[in-house]
Structure formats: structure tokens, C-alpha cells
Design a protein around this ligand. Structure first.
Ligand SMILES: Cc1cc2nc3c(=O)[nH]c(=O)nc-3n(C[C@H](O)[C@H](O)[C@H](O)COP(=O)(O)O)c2cc1C
Length: 212
């Protein structure tokens, strides 16, 4: 057995208090997101997305947050991927942001739904051309014989669409996770962490401190 008992750190950077935290969960999220962005410009959009399959087995993977507002958190993927199949049966999902440079984490729970085709198209066409081709070529999460097969499909699409706008493939697009719960965690000394839970209820958010 590999004993990791000696790996231990204290969390001492900050406090999170229910009297000063925003009353609106998205306002609080925005404040923490901006703080993380200024500290680590490439990483604030990295989030872990959890889905559940038809037998209740949870799955997780990293995806990138592409926008957020009061209505939810938007990310893009292949609708036929493992996660896409899970959401078709069970649209409940969870996001997790690891902002450990500031000794913080944020959890989000809610329900996902596909965004409009217009919203997907607007984002798709803003991506680098190679990424657009990649989205066309990849049967995400399906077995692939070898890398050469994928590269030849990419080459075919590149030739097919040379000099033309690349249409958004039907299997690709955005999801919006509409949040019902957010939790903000700020590490504290001696494991006395600060946790604030926000629950979305008719017309607004309630805010409660949780035990660490
Ligand atoms: C840093 C990072 C960013 C990623 N961003 C995305 C993304 O925005 N969309 C996506 O579909 N997959 C993204 N992936 C790949 C996913 O983690 C995952 O491999 C893929 O979506 C297939 O997941 P699934 O088989 O569970 O559906 C990213 C992976 C990493 C490590």
C-alpha cells in the first residue's frame, strides 16, 4: 500500500462569509470566476462535468465553460457522445470547478438542455477552422481503429469544404446547464472550511452556510 498520510497542507488564504457573500449565486460565481481568471487566465473555464448513465453509474470528464449568465452554464460537445447519450435519458448533471490556487471549489447541480441551433452555429463559426473540421470528423466516444483513420477523415472533410463555410454537423452543439444549486467552498485552517449553499427557488436564491 502506498501511504500518503504525510501529504498534507493547510488552507489559509481566505474566508467566505454568508453576511458578505452575494445573495445571488450567479453574482457570487462571477466574482470568483473573475478572481480566478486574473490569477490563472487559461484555466477558469476548465470544469468537470458529471453525468449519470441508465444504471445510475456516474461518469465525469473535463469540458470547457463557454458562457454563463442567470439562465445557466453553456458548454459544447458531441450530442452522440457518452455524455450526450446520458443526457438524452437523464438530463440531470453536475459541474465542478477546481480553483485550488485560491483554495476554492464550486459545485453546480442542475438540468441540461440543448441550446438553440442559432446559438450553436454562432459559436461553431467562431472556432478555428481546424476545430470545426475536428467536430465534423470525430465520432466522439466511439471506438476508432487507429489514428490514421481519423486523420484521413479529417483530410476528406478539409478537401470537401475547402474555401467554403463548414456547416455545423447535426451531432454537435451546446448544452445549457440550468442550475438548481451552487455550492462555494473556501478552504479554512484546521479543516474548518467555509461552505455556502445556494438553492434556486421561485424567483430567487436562498443562501445557507454548511458545516465543513
Ligand atoms: C482541458 C480539456 C478540455 C476539454 N474540453 C472539452 C469540451 O469543451 N467539449 C468536449 O466535448 N470534450 C472536451 N474535452 C474532452 C472530454 O474530457 C471527453 O474526453 C470527451 O468529451 C468525451 O467524453 P464522454 O465520452 O464522456 O462523452 C476536454 C478535455 C480536456 C482535458
Amino acid at each position: 500500500m502506498v501511504d500518503l498520510f504525510d501529504i498534507r497542507r493547510e488552507y489559509t488564504q481566505g474566508r467566505l462569509d454568508e453576511t458578505t457573500a452575494a445573495n445571488n449565486a450567479l453574482t457570487q460565481f462571477h466574482a470568483w470566476f473573475e478572481a480566478q481568471k486574473s490569477l490563472s487566465p487559461d484555466e477558469p473555464t476548465v470544469m468537470t462535468l458529471a453525468s449519470c448513465d441508465s444504471v445510475g453509474q456516474p461518469w465525469q470528464r473535463i469540458v470547457l465553460l463557454k458562457s454563463y449568465d442567470e439562465d445557466g452554464f453553456i458548454f459544447f460537445t458531441n450530442y452522440a457522445s457518452n455524455k450526450g447519450q446520458h443526457f438524452a435519458e437523464n438530463p440531470k448533471a453536475s459541474l465542478h470547478f477546481s480553483w485550488l490556487a485560491q483554495e476554492r471549489q464550486v459545485q453546480v447541480q442542475g438540468t441540461v438542455s440543448k441550446i438553440s441551433r442559432e446559438e450553436t452555429e454562432a459559436y461553431f463559426h467562431s472556432r478555428p477552422r481546424e476545430s470545426q473540421i475536428g467536430a465534423c470528423a470525430s465520432k466522439q466516444s466511439q471506438p476508432l481503429e487507429n489514428r490514421a483513420v481519423l486523420e484521413s477523415i479529417v483530410a476528406e472533410f478539409s478537401e470537401q469544404y475547402e474555401g467554403a463555410e463548414i456547416p455545423v454537423p447535426d451531432h454537435w452543439g451546446g448544452y445549457r446547464l440550468s442550475p438548481t444549486r451552487l455550492e462555494f467552498w473556501q478552504g479554512g485552517a484546521a479543516r474548518l472550511h467555509d461552505r455556502l449553499e445556494y438553492i434556486h427557488e421561485e424567483g430567487g436564491w436562498t443562501k445557507v452556510r454548511l458545516n465543513p
